[in-house]
Structures are given as structure tokens and as C-alpha cells.
Design a binder for this molecule. Structure first.
Ligand SMILES: *Cc1c(COP(=O)(O)O)cnc(C)c1O
Length: 400
């Protein structure tokens, strides 16, 4: 592995503090490095590999698509995109789909849709122009300039300012703080249904309901970022489905392609009518047949194998095991999460714990410096949870 690491250090831009492991292949919920060492994966390539590695029939469908057509652009229709859009609509109850190449690009599209909506609000072009968007502190929406503008972490933003203007920040789960940022120019309120990078904070039901009611009352768009928490991870296809409300726009990516790079933003018909029209937005690769074939097959496999039912069954077991660790170790102060998106908050930095887990053959990540994040493939079993906890417990003992 060392020769690859030395080469990479010379060639790649140093934008990450990477772990010194070169992964070579995956099988089920296990990864193997270049030296053949096996690792249990509770990371899923950052909540992407929802069905683990080489899930039955997934590869075959992608290979068949490679033999047919990889790319055609949005100047034409293609069958996988049409099928994937219909299935995403069915799974979400949203009405219109735009495919992107990443999560950040889905957020960019959602922001543009909101700005355009603001211009046509009130019925006439330029009517009640006002493009203010409220985002949350500690949020994460991606690294492009627009996505960064709504990311509530000054550490990510500061070096790149000035960013997109007219963005105001409020506190997640604090309705009064949201209310305090609303003006007559507010066109959208954006947040992650479950904050991921910010530390695994699910939206509270009351907060969701209050924000939704405010949005309806003031003709403000509710934009939910389901990039990390969507696609079955929380035990519903989309996390907002736990709350009995529906967003006007939703951004997806990560797990929807099961490892093939793809994202999407979806909106209701009512929003679509007043926002992006012909010529307003585009992408060369977005909606390409290979990526959409992956989305389409992922949604089929979810349904055929009741992946969501499995998440609902296995998640309480994971929660129970993590709760036991909270009681056992004084430096673990809390567990938070929804379904198979869980975090353990520690009073110590977790970097050392993660490194020891890697040495012992378990892949975990952090969310912020002191939170251990658990985003395993959704197909894990009780045995995998048991194996994870055994390794993690060993690694935690070093902190005592
Ligand atoms: C990962 C992530 C993004 C950005 O997605 P990319 O594909 O990395 O651009 C945006 N929002 C959330 C909540 C994410 O977890």
C-alpha cells in the first residue's frame, strides 16, 4: 500500500487528511485493503453504499447499461432517466425531478429554484422580488460556492467569502430563532432533516411542524436536504416522512445511486410552475443513463427486498447497543439519531478511537471532532452490529 500512498501524496491536492489505507474491493458489508485485510464497514463511503458491495443484481444491471449507452445529454430523453424519475416521484410524493451529479449540485439547483420562485411570487415577473434564504447554523450542504453559502459552519466558509448574498442563519430546532430571521424578502428555509456533518441532530417534530406552518402562511419554500439522511437510512424512504409534512423542494444524492455519482432535486408541481423553466438550469452529465440506471435499480431493490422494513427492524438493536456504551463509558455523553444514522457524543476528540477501530478492522467516521458517526450499509445484520460493538468497545477502553 505504501507505494500508492507515497504516489498519492505527490499527486493529489492536499484537501483531506486521509487515513493511510488503500481500499481495493468490497463484498457485502466488508471492505478489503490492498494487502487483503478485512474491515467491517460502518461508514458506507459516507452513507452512500446503502446496499453494501455487490448487492445481488445491482452490478449486472449497471454492466448491461454500460453495454447500451453511457451518455446522451439532456437534449434528449433516455429510458433510465424516465424510469428513475417516475420511481423517485412514487417514493417521495414529489412531482418534478432534476438529476444532478452530486449533492452540492442538487443544493445549487434548489437554491436557484428558490431565487427564481421569489421573482415570480405574487404572479408577475419581478413581482415581490426578495431572494433571502434562511439556513441553519452547524448545517452542511456541500462545497461549491452556493452550497457553501448556506453551510452554517464559518470554518468552511470564511476563506471563500464573499459568497452568495442574502443568506441568514438560524438555529436548528429553535423556531423562535428561525422566526427572528424571517423578513418580507424570505423566499426559502433550508435545512437537513437530520443534520449530518453538524453532529447527527434530527429535526424535532414540533420544529418541523412550526416551520412548515410558517412556510405555508408566508408563501416561503421549505427546502429539505435529504442527501445524507434520505434513501431509507432513517427507516423511511425520506426522513421527512417521519413527520407528516412535505417539503416544497428536496435535495438527494449519496445513497440514491448506491455508489454511482448522482444527485437530484425534486419539487412539487406548485413550486415547479413558478420556478425553473426552459433555459434556467442545466447540466451536461446530470440524468445520464448509467447514473439513472443505478437510481432506478436501487429503488427496485429497496422495494423487492423491503430494505426499509429491515432498517426499522435492525435500528432499535443498534440503538440499544450504543445506549449500552453510553452507560458504560463516562466520556460518552449521549446517543442521537434516527434509524441507521446515529451518533455518539464524546467529551474527548474521537480521532484516536477511529484510528484504533481501523487497526482492528472496523471503519467508522466522525461528525465534528467529538462525535462518532454510525452510517452502515442498510443491509447489516444483528451479527454485524455485535461485531462492530465488540471492536468499538476494545477501542474505547484505551480512552479510560
Ligand atoms: C454530503 C452532503 C452534501 C454534499 O454532497 P456532495 O455529493 O459531497 O456534493 C450536502 N448535504 C449533506 C447533508 C451531505 O451530507
Amino acid at each position: 500500500m505504501q507505494k500508492y500512498i507515497t504516489q498519492a501524496e505527490q499527486d493529489l491536492l492536499h484537501t483531506y487528511n486521509r487515513y493511510r489505507i488503500v481500499f481495493d474491493r468490497g463484498e457485502g458489508v466488508y471492505l478489503y485493503d490492498k494487502e487483503g485485510k478485512r474491515y467491517l464497514d460502518f461508514f458506507s463511503g459516507i452513507a452512500v453504499n446503502a446496499l453494501g458491495y455487490h448487492y445481488k443484481d445491482f452490478d449486472a444491471v449497471l454492466k448491461a447499461q454500460v453495454d447500451k449507452l453511457l451518455h446522451i445529454s439532456n437534449y434528449f430523453y433516455n429510458e433510465p432517466a424516465v424510469l428513475a424519475a417516475a420511481k423517485l416521484k412514487k417514493a417521495s410524493g414529489m412531482d418534478r425531478v432534476f438529476f444532478t451529479n452530486s449533492g452540492a449540485e442538487a443544493i445549487e439547483g434548489a437554491l436557484k429554484a428558490a431565487r427564481k420562485y421569489a421573482r415570480t411570487k405574487g404572479g408577475q415577473e419581478g413581482g415581490l422580488a426578495g431572494g433571502e434564504i434562511i439556513a441553519m447554523n452547524h448545517s452542511f450542504h456541500g462545497r461549491t460556492m452556493g452550497a457553501l453559502s448556506v453551510t452554517g459552519n464559518p470554518h468552511y466558509r470564511e476563506a471563500f467569502e464573499p459568497l452568495v448574498g442574502d443568506i441568514r442563519f438560524a438555529d436548528m430546532n429553535d423556531f423562535e430563532s428561525v422566526l427572528g430571521q424571517v423578513t418580507e424578502k424570505t423566499c426559502a428555509i433550508l435545512f437537513e432533516t437530520v443534520q449530518g456533518e453538524g453532529g447527527i441532530y434530527p429535526a424535532r417534530k414540533e420544529f418541523m411542524e412550526q416551520v412548515k406552518a410558517l412556510c405555508e402562511e408566508r408563501d416561503i419554500l421549505l427546502i429539505l436536504d435529504e442527501i445524507q439522511c434520505g434513501m431509507g437510512r432513517t427507516g423511511k424512504m425520506f426522513a421527512w416522512q417521519h413527520y407528516g409534512i412535505k417539503p416544497d423542494i428536496m435535495a438527494c444524492a449519496k445513497a440514491i445511486g448506491g455508489g454511482v455519482p448522482v444527485g437530484a432535486f425534486l419539487m412539487t408541481e406548485k413550486t415547479a410552475e413558478k420556478s425553473l423553466g426552459a433555459g434556467d438550469h442545466g447540466t451536461t452529465y446530470g440524468g445520464n443513463p448509467l447514473a439513472c440506471c443505478a437510481v432506478s435499480k436501487m429503488l427496485d431493490l429497496f422495494e423487492e427486498n423491503d430494505i426499509i422494513g429491515h432498517v426499522q427492524e435492525i435500528a432499535p438493536w443498534l440503538e440499544e447497543q450504543l445506549d449500552a456504551l453510553v452507560s458504560e463509558f463516562d466520556f460518552i455523553s449521549a446517543r442521537r439519531g434516527l434509524g441507521l444514522m446515529q451518533g455518539l457524543e464524546c467529551s474527548v476528540p474521537v480521532g484516536g478511537i477511529i484510528s484504533r477501530c481501523l487497526e482492528m478492522g472496523l471503519v467508522l467516521i466522525n461528525a465534528g471532532s467529538n462525535i462518532l458517526r454510525f452510517v452502515p450499509p442498510l443491509v447489516i445484520t444483528r451479527e454485524h452490529v455485535g461485531e462492530m460493538v465488540r471492536i468499538l468497545r476494545e477501542a474505547l477502553k484505551y480512552e479510560l
